[in-house]
Write a protein that binds this ligand. Structure first.
Ligand SMILES: Cc1ncc(COP(=O)(O)O)c(C=O)c1O
Length: 429
């Protein structure tokens, strides 16, 4: 039998950025009864298998009644290979106009297999050369860091402050990269409740980032899965974008259903070819997609379209109901942390106004072994923040409030508090 040697495979497969998700999944499988603050998953109380048929019916009615399709066309739309850029772009464009005041034509969109594919397409298209680099926050989202690593695109980390990525440090890092002969192409940001820190950028911070991008001739990759949980709406970068600097990476995973794996990218930038003709960047992203996933499942797109149509091409109402649940969970988590860790306990945390995540500083090294011990002895899981750092984050952990019921959050924090006390006292290993 032939055998492969690991060194013959790409080295990135064994990099922590890539392996940390597998590690977390393994721990979760090994301790299935543990209370898990680890995953940024939506709560399963919103899952209703029976509604899938209704969403599909709603979409097929729309195809017949609004678009005048006959049965053969309806069948083809749902069940045949579909157009690479997607089948539901007009509905998504309408949603973006209604919910986010983002006005783009359907042709500027590509429907993707989750936001993760949108990230891959954008990074691949913007960075063809070995000197092209992408900037992201430190700590930063694994999906971007892992995609760039997989594609062989270098990334440069820039510290995150209270108002998102530190713009002074970003300006300096871009300049340094240019001085080093690199070609800065884009900055990846999550302005609304970042993963992993929960940080929100202010309106002024967003305007300043757009200005920096214009001054430095950079694109902005705006990822926005958690914006729907905001208590106060701040316009997205894309809504403020007057120069088409922003490539917007969208997902229906958190508001609708992650199992559909439907996301999208807005790429309304003009691309000029050698003959001087122009087309949309979305066309090029679709061309790349045709060699990766061919098209996003039309059945999955139809489910999302049914949800949109049931809500008048807007997800605002759906989002508000769910946001109320996640805001309450976050409030419970912050309240329980306050009562479990009084001042002097050596434990501190941030208090994001929305999103799924809270970052906790603890007085010990919160690494993989410590997580295993915590799961085995105390039945509680979290994510080591070091996973999101290129360097550092050893004494920090990320808690997600999204996947649990409020009473599980109460029990989970109490267990975490016992674990932290024992770690501090040096009695747990
Ligand atoms: C920052 C960020 N982007 C995107 C996603 C969702 O990606 P997808 O649509 O591929 O599930 C997540 C989910 O964890 C995320 O945290």
């Amino acid at each position: 039998m032939s055998e492969l040697i690991a060194s013959q495979l790409p080295a990135f497969i064994e990099q922590p950025v890539i392996t940390s998700m597998t590690f977390l999944n393994e721990v979760a499988i090994r301790y299935p009864d543990a209370i898990s603050f680890a995953p940024g998953r939506p709560h399963e109380r919103f899952f209703d298998v029976a509604s899938l048929g209704r969403y599909l019916d709603r979409y097929t009615c729309y195809l017949r009644a609004d678009l005048g399709y006959d049965e053969a066309q309806v069948g083809r739309t749902l069940l045949q290979y579909g157009p690479t850029a997607g089948t539901i772009r007009p509905l998504v464009a309408q949603m973006l106009a209604t919910d986010e005041a983002i006005d783009v034509p359907p042709e500027a969109l590509v429907m993707t297999v989750g936001c993760q594919e949108a990230i891959f397409l954008a990074v691949r298209a913007l960075c063809p050369g070995p000197r092209d680099v992408i900037f992201l926050a430190e700590p930063g989202y694994l999906g971007l860091a892992g995609a760039a690593l997989t594609l062989g695109v270098p990334t440069i980390r820039v510290p995150e402050g209270d108002d998102g990525i530190d713009l002074t440090a970003l300006g300096a890092a871009v300049q340094r990269a240019r001085d080093d002969g690199l070609n800065p192409r884009a900055v990846y940001v999550i302005p609304d409740f970042a993963n992993p820190t929960g940080t929100v950028m202010s309106g002024a911070g967003r305007e300043a980032l757009l200005e920096l991008a214009a001054g430095q001739d950079l694109f902005l990759l705006e990822d926005n899965p958690y914006g729907f949980t905001a208590r106060e709406h701040v316009p997205t970068l894309k809504a403020l974008d007057r120069q088409r600097r922003v490539i917007y990476l969208g997902t229906f995973a958190k508001i609708c259903l992650p199992g559909t794996r439907v996301g999208f990218v807005i790429a309304d930038q003009q691309v000029a070819d050698a003959a001087g003709r122009t087309h949309l960047l979305a066309d090029d992203l679709a061309t790349i997609k045709s060699m990766i996933t061919v098209n996003t499942s039309p059945i999955d797109q139809a489910v999302i379209a049914g949800m949109l149509l049931e809500n008048g091409s807007s997800l605002k109402a759906v989002a508000q109901t769910k946001a109320a649940f996640y805001q309450h969970n976050l409030d419970v988590l912050l309240r329980e942390l306050s009562s479990a860790f009084p001042p002097g306990s050596g434990v501190r945390w941030n208090s994001p106004p929305g999103g799924f995540f809270v970052v906790v500083d603890v007085p010990f090294r919160a690494d993989e072994d410590v997580l295993r011990a915590c799961a085995a002895r105390y039945g509680v899981l979290w994510t080591p923040m070091s996973f999101f750092h290129e360097q550092g984050g050893q004494n920090r952990l990320r808690l997600s409030a999204s996947y649990l019921d409020p009473d599980q959050i109460v029990t989970g924090v109490a267990r975490l508090a016992r674990f932290v006390r024992e770690q501090r006292a040096g009695t747990a290993s």
